[in-house]
Structures are given as C-alpha cells and as structure tokens.
Write a protein that binds this ligand. Structure first.
Ligand code: SAH
Ligand code: SF4
Ligand code: F3S
Length: 480
C-alpha cells in the first residue's frame, strides 16, 4: 500500500483488526488531524525523530519518519518541531543520561509551545524504572511506547493526539513481526534491512535481551522481497541487521543458515554491496567464511566483537568462546580472505577483571591488529547478572586501562588502515564532503572512508578511486 491509497480507506467504519491494514486506517485518520492542525496554524507541521544507539534504532527511526511523513508532517533533523520522537538506547548509562538531558530542554520548549507533542520510545522504555521516572518527573511527555509495538506507531500517535493524558503502552515481549509499513530512508542508495529481532544470548553485562526480547528471524522470502523493492528504488548497498546475525534462521519453520540467506541476497540483480552486523564469534561458521570468500558482493569487512581477551572473563561474560577459539577464527578468516578488514568491540573493567586479564585483551589486540575498535568502559545495567557481581573494578583502575587500550588500538589502526595507500579501489560515493568544497566522501568495501574531488551527481554510484594518501583513519584520493 502507498500513501495515495490512504484516500481509499473508509473512515466511517471501525478500525480493521488485521495488521498492517489497521495501521493504514490510523494513518488516514491522523492525516486528517494533521491537515486540520496545519490549516489552523497556517503552516505545515514539522516532525523530528532523534535517534540514540545502534543501527537497529537508526532503522526503527526510518520507520517512524516514514509514518510521520505519510500522515503529512515535514521531517526535520533539528529538535525544533511540532512533534518530536526520542528513540532511546540504554546499552550504557551515558546513552541513558543523554536522553534525560534532551528531555530537560524540551520541558522548557514545551512551556512556550504547549501544542508541541513529545514521544519517547526505544530500548530505555522497556525498563519499568525508566517509565516510572518519566511519569513522575517528565509529566509533559505525551506518548511512551517500547520496542515491541513500534509497528503500532500510527495508532499510538492518533490515540495520544486525541487525549490530554500521557499515553503509555509498553509490551514485555512479542512473537509478532509486522511487515510492509512506510519507511523514510536516510540515504537513497543504501539501507539497513532487519533480518532478525531480539537476542537470546544473555551476555552477563548486557541489557539488550531484556529490552529487545527473544530472537525472531524474518522469513527469507520477506527479506528478499524487501531488498528487491529497495533495489528497484535505487539502493545498491544493504546492511543486514541483527544482534547476532550468525544465528539467523535457527527458529524458522524451515530453518535456514545465515550463509544460505547471504547466497540468496547475492543473487539479487542490481544489488552491488552487502554488509551485515553483528557477528557473534560463537556462531561464526566455516560455511559463512566460505560464502564470504567467494562472494563478489559481500564487503571484505567483518565486525567481530571480542569484548575481552581473557578466557576467564569471557566465561563470566557468558560469551561461550575462549581467547584461543577467537584467534583461530581470525586465522581462518585471514586465510580465506587475506585482505579482510576486522573491527571489534571491547569492554574494559568488567567485574573482577585483573591486570592479567587486561593484558590478555591487549595481547589479542596486538595479534589481530584491528582496522578499528570501539572501546567501552563497563557500565552497570540494572537487571543484568553482572550488575550484582561483588568485585566491581574501581573507577581509576578502569580509566587507566581504558586509556592504555585506546592508545594501543589507535596506533595499530593507524598502521593497518593505511595498507591500501597507492591502490585503485572501488568506492561507493556517499556524500558531499563537509569540509572541502567540490569534494565527495566515499566508502571502501572495507568500510574506510576516502575523500576525493568529484561531482555531486556521482553520489550513490560505485566509482574507481586511486588512494593517493593515507591520513591515518581515512584516505585522500583521485577519481580514475
Ligand atoms: N549484539 C552485539 C552487540 C550489541 S551492544 C554483539 O553481541 O556483538 C554493542 C556493544 O556495546 C557490545 O558489543 C559491547 O561491547 C557494548 N556493551 C554492551 N553492554 C555493555 C555494558 N554494560 N557496558 C559497556 N559496554 C557494553
Ligand atoms: Fe548483548 Fe550479547 Fe546479545 Fe550482543 S549477543 S546483544 S552483547 S546479549
Ligand atoms: Fe542501544 Fe537498544 Fe541498540 S539498547 S545498542 S539501541 S538494541
């Protein structure tokens, strides 16, 4: 269904029970409300979705914006809007604090503009103590919903628009996947595609399984259908999204491996590049390595979160692999794809981490030589097993280890990521360079960036670029 079809919906009848038809019914209702409000104000209404957290949330925000656009809002990046949605993250405490900061400012804003509407959604809202705090301290919020009922966004916004109370609707879990709702892509030439939702791994530090629910894979036909229609709409690169893509398809009626899914995606004509996130080392199969190695479209980049290099800590983290197993995987990957870029996530200061454990992490970093690594200070998340472990590491010790790790990671990344200097590589031109007039920024298969002189009309196209100079974490180049 597209926007035009909204005109055909009979609003004198009751809302359909079936999804997504029900949501299109509410979009039609909302569109009438938005039109009326905008007429009264004598200007278009403006909406904004502010996104925190990971690629999943970024994709969810595109769905939110797709619906807001469909019902008649103009979308803005700024926070000056008639309707503002905060799509929140709670993976670490600072993600959490940022949201309260923004909310504080919006409280003042709303005093000047009482018609303004504020909605909160995403992972933070799945935590009961957060919702309590919002009810108590941020009473001006209009709508609170969670990660499992995002597909009901149109209905929720409608309900909240005709009510003067705070509407709260947060579900504990769901087994439902609702497809075929509008989406407003950030880039016309690349897109994220959810292949699964939730997580079953329960790493002992991590809140995600509690706020995103149990693992659910989408049917391969649905995924292929979505990618086909994206490609027809100009997309050349997709990023397949899941908390642990390597366990894709295990619970489908007809189980299918992630590697098999990749082979199917590869067949889609017109699609040029395939990326995916995130790979859990415990489920990384030989089959996947084989498929990646022979593929022409799968990018030569793997994000393989390490978390810790100490087998002792990995066990307490419930990661289900050892340092040796991880290093073996890296060896296999490099043997099959000598040029592959490896990136990772590392946590410093997990409860009970000793200097020896930390040295093991440094050892893996030195052995693998990552192209880049996200390093995080361990953050205590209420409700996770690690939060109640007694031997939390003192702040100053963690800070010192973090600084040492960062230094090591950066020095290595600078060296490894300059290894392509002098080569001519295929680059996807992604955007105008913000610093230098007449320059474009493009991305290599391995995810590194290159800046080169070029015309805007090249954006969204694959071009050959000579990498003339490495500047540490990016390149300068020339179009060939
Ligand atoms: N599903 C992905 C990770 C999702 S969260 C995976 O398993 O790799 C992204 C990253 O945040 C994690 O890889 C981890 O490094 C970090 N992270 C998660 N919980 C954390 C916590 N409590 N404190 C610090 N970092 C954390
Ligand atoms: Fe969190 Fe582990 Fe699931 Fe990743 S695999 S989301 S780190 S529980
Ligand atoms: Fe954050 Fe939720 Fe992603 S907690 S990292 S936005 S799954």
């Amino acid at each position: 269904m597209n926007t035009l079809d909204l005109d055909k919906i009979d609003l004198s009848t009751e809302a359909p029970v079936q999804e997504p038809e029900r949501q299109y019914y509410f979009m039609a209702k909302l569109r009438a409300l938005v039109k009326e409000k905008s007429k009264k104000l004598g200007r278009p209404l403006v909406a904004s979705a502010q996104t925190f957290g990971c690629q999943m949330n970024a994709r969810d925000s595109e769905k939110i914006k797709g619906i807001l656009e469909t019902v008649g809002y103009e979308i803005t990046e700024s926070e000056k809007a008639d309707f503002i949605v905060y799509n929140t993250c709670t993976v670490r405490e600072n993600a959490n604090l940022k949201v309260y900061g923004h909310l504080g400012l919006m409280g003042h804003e709303k005093k000047n503009n009482p018609d303004m509407m504020i909605a909160l959604c995403g992972c933070m809202m799945q935590e009961p103590q957060v919702v309590e705090k919002i009810k108590k301290s941020y009473r001006f919020v209009n709508l609170v919903f969670g990660t499992h009922n995002l597909y009901k966004f149109a209905e929720l916004v409608y309900t909240s628009m005709i009510s003067d109370r705070m509407i709260i609707d947060v579900w504990k879990d769901t087994d439902k996947i609702v497809e075929d709702l509008p989406c407003d892509r950030k880039y016309f030439f690349k897109s994220g595609v959810n292949i699964m939702f939730g997580c079953n791994n329960f790493c002992s530090y991590c809140i995600v399984p509690y706020v995103r629910g149990r693992e659910r894979s989408r049917e391969p036909e649905e995924i292929i259908k979505e990618i086909r229609s994206l490609v027809a709409d100009g997309v050349v690169e997709v990023m397949l999204l899941g908390q642990n893509v390597n366990s894709y398809g295990k619970n489908l009626k007809n189980p299918m491996s992630f590697a098999k899914l990749l082979e199917e995606v590869e067949k889609i004509e017109g699609l040029e590049r395939i990326r995916f996130m995130t790979s859990h080392p415990k489920d990384l199969s030989d089959e996947l390595i084989e498929v990646m190695a022979k593929s022409k479209k799968i990018c030569q980049h793997l994000h393989l979160p390490l978390q810790s290099g100490s087998s002792r800590i990995l066990k307490i983290m419930n990661r289900k692999y050892t340092k040796e197993h991880y290093l073996e995987l890296v060896e296999k990957l490099r043997k099959a794809m000598p040029d592959i870029s490896l990136t990772t996530d590392i946590i410093v200061g997990f409860p009970g981490e000793t200097e020896e454990d930390f040295q093991e992490t440094l050892d893996v970093v030195r052995k693998v030589r990552y192209d880049s690594a996200f390093t995080f200070i361990y953050s205590k998340r209420t409700g996770t097993p690690a939060a109640v472990m007694e031997n939390q590491v003192p702040e100053d010790v963690v800070k010192d280890r973090f600084d040492r790790l960062l230094k090591e990671v950066q020095e290595i990344a600078k060296e490894t990521s300059s290894r392509y200097a002098g080569q001519v590589v295929e680059v996807l031109a992604e955007e105008k360079n913000h610093q230098e007039e007449g320059y474009l920024t493009g991305r290599l298969s391995n995810n590194l960036l290159v800046h080169f002189k070029g015309d805007e009309s090249l954006i969204g196209k694959l071009v050959s670029v000579h990498l003339t100079e490495s500047r540490g974490f990016y390149y300068m180049g020339e179009l060939v």
